[in-house]
Design a protein around this ligand. Structure first.
Ligand SMILES: [Zn+2]
Ligand SMILES: [Zn+2]
Length: 316
C-alpha cells in the first residue's frame, strides 16, 4: 500500500496531538496525559470512599473529644492525624496516576523488521503465544516472551497486563484497589501508600479505642452508646483493613528483599537462580525503593510529530 504524507492542514491539526490521544492500550488519561490510570476505576473509588468516610468520621466525632481530654497534647493528636491522612491520600494518587512503565509498541517499520528477522510469518498464530527468546543476565539464562498483542519481544521482567492492554516494565501486578498496574515507575509509591495507610489505620484504631476506654473509665459508657457508634465503626473498619494492609505490606517487603516481583513469585520464575538477587536483602530493597525514578519512557503528554504519528497510527 502506498503511504501518503499528511497534508499541511492535517499536519497543523496534528501539531496539537499528544501521544495519549492515540494510545493503543485501555487507559484513562487526564491533565493532558500527565495522569494515567487503568480502565476500570471502581476499585479505586471504593478505596478512596472508605478512606474518606473513616477520616471524616474521626475528624468530626473523635478528634474534638480527644482534644478536650488530652488538653496538653491536643495539638499533636491533630497534627499527627492530619499528616497521616494527607500522606495516605498523596501516595494513593501518586501510585494510581503515575505511568507504571508502559512500553511503547513498535512502529510498523520495526514490526516488519522483527517479523523478517524472526521469520514470524512461518510460525502458526497459536504458537506465537509460546515464542520465547533466551538472553543471559549475570551468566544466568532467562526467557523473554513474544507479546502477540504489542507484537514485540518483551524486555526482561516485563509482562503484558490484559486489563490495561499494555506491556509494563518490571510488572509487579495489576492492583484492583488502585485500578492500575504496579510496575517499575510506581512500585515505590505503592509501598509508601501501604506504609502510610497502615500507620493511619493503627492511629485511628488506637485513638478510637482510647476514646471508648475514657467513656468506660468515666462510667459514661452505658449512657453513651449512641455517641460511641462512630468509635465502633472506626474500630471495625480499621482493624479489618489494617490486618489486610499489614499482610500485603509484609509480603511485598519479603519478595522485594529477595529481588522478586509478585508475578515472578506467583509463577515460580527464578525459583532456582535469580539474576536480579544481589544476595543482600538490604540492597534488593534499596534498588526497588531508593534508586532515582526513571523518566516515563512512554511520555503520554508528549506532542507527536508527523513521522511519529504515522508510525504510531499504524499500530492502532
Ligand atoms: Zn504487550
Ligand atoms: Zn493493568
Amino acid at each position: 500500500m502506498t503511504r501518503t504524507y499528511l497534508q499541511t492542514s492535517q499536519y497543523e491539526q496534528l501539531s496539537n496531538i499528544r501521544r495519549w490521544q492515540i494510545h493503543a492500550g485501555s487507559n484513562h488519561f487526564c491533565f493532558n496525559g500527565h495522569c494515567i490510570t487503568g480502565r476500570n476505576l471502581s476499585g479505586a473509588i471504593i478505596v478512596i470512599c472508605l478512606i474518606s468516610l473513616t477520616s471524616i468520621i474521626w475528624l468530626v466525632f473523635e478528634l474534638p473529644i480527644l482534644m478536650k481530654e488530652f488538653n496538653n497534647s491536643s495539638l499533636w493528636i491533630l497534627i499527627i492525624g492530619f499528616l497521616l491522612i494527607l500522606y495516605t491520600y498523596i501516595y494513593f494518587f501518586r501510585s494510581m496516576c503515575t505511568d507504571p512503565g508502559i512500553i511503547q509498541r513498535p512502529s510498523s517499520i520495526e514490526r516488519t523488521i522483527l517479523r523478517r528477522k524472526l521469520n514470524l510469518d512461518k510460525i502458526k498464530s497459536n504458537d506465537l503465544n509460546n515464542l520465547m527468546y533466551d538472553i543471559k543476565i549475570n551468566n544466568i539464562l532467562i526467557k523473554c516472551k513474544y507479546c502477540v498483542t504489542c507484537q514485540m519481544i518483551r524486555p526482561p521482567r516485563s509482562s503484558h497486563c490484559a486489563i490495561c492492554s499494555n506491556c509494563i516494565s518490571i510488572l509487579d501486578h495489576h492492583c484492583p484497589f488502585l485500578s492500575t498496574c504496579i510496575g517499575m515507575r510506581n512500585y515505590r509509591f505503592f509501598i509508601l501508600f501501604l506504609i502510610f495507610l497502615l500507620q493511619t489505620q493503627l492511629f485511628l484504631f488506637a485513638t478510637s479505642l482510647i476514646k471508648i476506654l475514657i467513656y468506660i473509665n468515666d462510667r459514661l459508657f452505658s449512657q453513651s452508646i449512641i455517641p460511641s457508634i462512630p468509635s465502633y465503626f472506626i474500630l471495625i473498619i480499621t482493624a479489618c483493613s489494617a490486618l489486610y494492609t499489614c499482610n500485603l505490606l509484609g509480603y511485598q517487603c519479603m519478595i522485594s528483599s529477595r529481588g522478586l516481583t509478585t508475578r515472578e513469585d506467583d509463577k515460580g520464575i527464578y525459583m532456582n537462580e535469580n539474576p536480579f538477587n544481589t544476595n543482600s536483602w538490604f540492597i534488593n530493597l534499596a534498588r526497588k525503593l531508593c534508586t532515582s525514578l526513571p523518566p516515563s519512557a512512554y511520555g503520554a503528554h508528549r506532542l507527536v510529530n508527523q513521522t511519529e504519528y504515522r508510525l504510531i497510527k499504524d499500530n492502532v
